[in-house]
Design a protein around this ligand. Structure first.
Ligand code: SF4
Length: 340
C-alpha cells in the first residue's frame, strides 16, 4: 500500500501539518491497518520533503520497537502538482518519474511491481487509525449523517491568521473563516477545494463546508482549501496566475494539456490585462481540452477558469473597457517559487 502525503497542491498545508505537528505515528498506524486489511507486506509512505526527516524518525522508532508486522518505507515525493495522482505516484516510486498514465488499469488493479496497490491520502489513513482505535460510532459523532467525521482545512488568502484547522464536516464556511480570526477586508469571492477547485461568490460563505452543500454551486471540499479573496484584489489576475502555473505543471504527454492549457493561460492573461476583450476564443479552447488528458489536470484547470468567468463576469466587462476594480496589486494565492 502507498500512503500519499506528497501534497502537490501548493496552497494546501494540511498533510504537512498532520505529519509534522500532529502525529506522524497516527498516519503510520493507519498505513499499517490499511496494509494489513488488504494483505500488503509493505507500506510506502511518500511525503513532502519538508517533513521527510520527522516521518523518517517516526518510522525508525517503530522499527526499533518492532511493533509492526509490515515493512514501512519512507520516501520524498516529486513536488509536482500531478505528482500525487495515483499512477504518477506509482511511477515515481518505481522509476523516479512522476508522470500519470491513463486509467484503467487503476493502481488497485495493477500498481507497484504490477501488483494491486492501495493508494490512500495520509489524512484518510489518520482517520482510519482513529476509527480502528475508537470505533465507527465515535467517528460518526461529528459531521453530517451523509458525510460523517472531521476534515482538515487550509485557510488562507485574505484572512487574519492563515493556518490549518480541523473542522466537523458541514461546519458553515463563515464559521470556518472565524477560525482564522475572520477576513481582513470585505469578501469578493472564495476559492474552495484547491487550485483544481471552484470560485464561488462571497455569499456562498453562508453554506456548509460539505460535498452535499457545495454541489449546487458547482464546488466541492476537494483538498480542503478555503481561500478568501478580498474585494480590493483582482480575481481575474489571480486566476490567470494559477492557470499559468497549472499549464506549466503539465507532464507534457497529452497534446490538449501541453498546448491547450498553455494557450488558455495566455488568453486568460490577456483578458485579465485588458488586451483581449472577447471571451469566445477562451470558451472554445476550454471545450477542446476538457476530458482529453490522461489525468485530471486539464479538467481541473478548465473548471477553475469556468468558475472565474462566472464569478468575475462583471470584472471581465470592466477590464474590456480598460478598468479594473482592484485597488491594490497583491498576490494572495501562493505558488512554488519556480513559477510564481
Ligand atoms: S493530462 Fe497533462 S499532466 Fe495529465 S498526463 Fe496528460 S500531459 Fe500529463
Amino acid at each position: 500500500m502507498v500512503a500519499n502525503g506528497t501534497e502537490g497542491e501548493p496552497a494546501s498545508a494540511k498533510d504537512k501539518v498532520l505529519l509534522a505537528q500532529q502525529s506522524p505515528h497516527l498516519v503510520l498506524d493507519g498505513a499499517v491497518v490499511a496494509a494489513e486489511v488488504v494483505g500488503a507486506d509493505r507500506a510506502v509512505v511518500v511525503v513532502h520533503h519538508s517533513v521527510r526527516e520527522i516521518v523518517d524518525d517516526a518510522a525508525a522508532e517503530r522499527r526499533r520497537a518492532g511493533s509492526d508486522r509490515i515493512r514501512i518505507e519512507v520516501m520524498t515525493g516529486a513536488d509536482r502538482f500531478v505528482g500525487g495522482e495515483a499512477s504518477a505516484l506509482i511511477h515515481w516510486i518505481e522509476r523516479g518519474v512522476p508522470t500519470p498514465t491513463r486509467t484503467p488499469p487503476r493502481a488497485s488493479e495493477r500498481g507497484l511491481r504490477g501488483r494491486p496497490t492501495l493508494v490512500q491520502n495520509v489524512e484518510t489513513l489518520a482517520h482510519l487509525a482513529l476509527i480502528a482505535r475508537y470505533g465507527a460510532a465515535w467517528f460518526r459523532a461529528v459531521g453530517t449523517s451523509r458525510e460523517p467525521g472531521s476534515m482538515l482545512v487550509t485557510l488562507l488568502g485574505g484572512v487574519h491568521r492563515p493556518h490549518v484547522h480541523e473542522i466537523a464536516i458541514g461546519t458553515p464556511i463563515q464559521q470556518v473563516l472565524g477560525l482564522a480570526d475572520g477576513v481582513v477586508a470585505p469578501l469578493q469571492a472564495l476559492l474552495l477545494g484547491g487550485y483544481f477547485g471552484t470560485w464561488v461568490p462571497a455569499a456562498a460563505a453562508d453554506l456548509a463546508f460539505s460535498r452535499a452543500a457545495l454541489a449546487p454551486v458547482g464546488a466541492s471540499v476537494g483538498a480542503g482549501l478555503v481561500a478568501a479573496l478580498p474585494d480590493d484584489v483582482c480575481g481575474l489576475a489571480e486566476t490567470a496566475r494559477l492557470v499559468r502555473y497549472l499549464a506549466d505543471e503539465s507532464a507534457g504527454q497529452c497534446g490538449p494539456c501541453l498546448f491547450g492549457l498553455d494557450a488558455i493561460a495566455g488568453e486568460l492573461h490577456r483578458l485579465a490585462d485588458g488586451s483581449a476583450t472577447d471571451q469566445g476564443t477562451l470558451r472554445r479552447w476550454l471545450g477542446q481540452v476538457e476530458g482529453r488528458g490522461a489525468c485530471n489536470l486539464p479538467d481541473g484547470a478548465t473548471r477553475l477558469v469556468r468558475s472565474a468567468l462566472t464569478v468575475f463576469g462583471s470584472e471581465l466587462e470592466q477590464h474590456a473597457r480598460g478598468w479594473c476594480c482592484a485597488t491594490r496589486t497583491a498576490r494572495i494565492l501562493p505558488l512554488p517559487l519556480r513559477t510564481s
